[in-house]
Design a protein around this ligand. Structure first.
Ligand code: ZN
Length: 281
């Protein structure tokens, strides 16, 4: 351990500043989205079976809703531009802009160079949870996804139903890409319904039993044409462990909802990012 400098405490007491104040971000018109949502009808329902994933398409201007059915269950969500898989959900930048956990009014941002809102959260029945005494909260963008590589490093073995593999199979099936070509498109997720945080003493990523119960749901507005994939995590409610068949595991339902188009007559798809990409040359 290095010797602390004389002014160590003074340095620690400097107040933090928010890295990315969001006041200048284009704000979603939640009133418009809520009005549109009230006119919707379901056009498609798919189920992510326990320890497996489903894929679904959501046209821009439509909504999709992820619902807990049968029992407490966490879901790992990937999103792509349905017309260009290279534009995909950027978990890290979403975290930098909106914080470690997302809820109503927050947006899911896409990767460079498009970097624009892909989806906006319009309904969250777990918004009452807030931040608990352990620093835990719901719907995180801090985890990555459970995967067979980390599992192999930590525990050995070949487990094939981690969210990473589930999402890979779902994407391959939805796009007719060979499995090996689909895998690199799978990315860090939105952990839907998962309750997580960082321990205060060691800074380690923790999870705890999700407060989700059947009927709870998260509803998002598709800002662009989306291809989504959702994995019902083998961790179930993630109260104990994942990357195994030990936990009780339940399906997750995804509904695609179409609004009355008249309600969105003045709405426009967000433009791709305006940075000119010359990078100083
Ligand atoms: Zn998982």
């Amino acid at each position: 351990m290095s010797q602390p400098p004389n002014d160590a405490e003074a340095r620690r007491q400097i107040k933090p500043v928010i890295c990315y104040p969001t006041q200048t971000l284009p704000q979603p018109d939640l009133g418009l989205y809520t009005a549109a949502l009230s006119t919707t009808h379901v056009t498609q329902t798919v189920l992510a079976p326990p320890r497996d994933a489903c894929a679904f398409h959501v046209p821009r201007g439509h909504f999709f809703r992820i619902t807990s059915v049968d029992g407490p269950q966490v879901g790992d969500l990937n999103l792509w531009n349905a017309n260009d898989l290279s534009e995909r959900f950027y978990s890290g930048k979403t975290r930098a802009l909106h914080g470690t956990h997302v809820t109503t009014g927050d947006r899911l941002w896409s990767s460079f160079p498009a970097m624009r809102p892909m989806a906006t959260i319009v309904e969250d029945t777990l918004d009452w949870y807030g931040i608990d005494e352990f620093g835990g909260s719901v719907h995180d963008v801090i985890g990555t996804r459970c995967d067979p590589y980390t599992n192999h490093l930590l525990s050995g073995g070949q487990y094939h139903n981690c969210c990473h593999s589930n999402l890979t199979r779902a994407l391959a099936s939805a796009t007719d890409l060979p499995l090996q070509d689909a895998e690199p498109h799978v990315h860090d997720v939105l952990n839907v319904f998962m309750c997580t945080g960082f321990t205060r003493d060691t800074g380690q990523y923790f999870m705890k039993a999700s407060p989700v119960r059947p009927g709870d749901h998260l509803t998002l507005f598709a800002e662009i044409d989306l291809l989504g994939a959702l994995s019902a995590c083998p961790g179930g409610d993630c109260s104990a462990e994942h990357s195994s068949d030990v936990a009780a595991c339940y399906p997750l339902q995804v509904d695609v909802l179409a609004p009355d188009p008249a309600t969105l007559a003045n709405w426009q798809e967000p433009a791709r990012n305006g940075y000119n990409r010359t990078h100083g040359l």
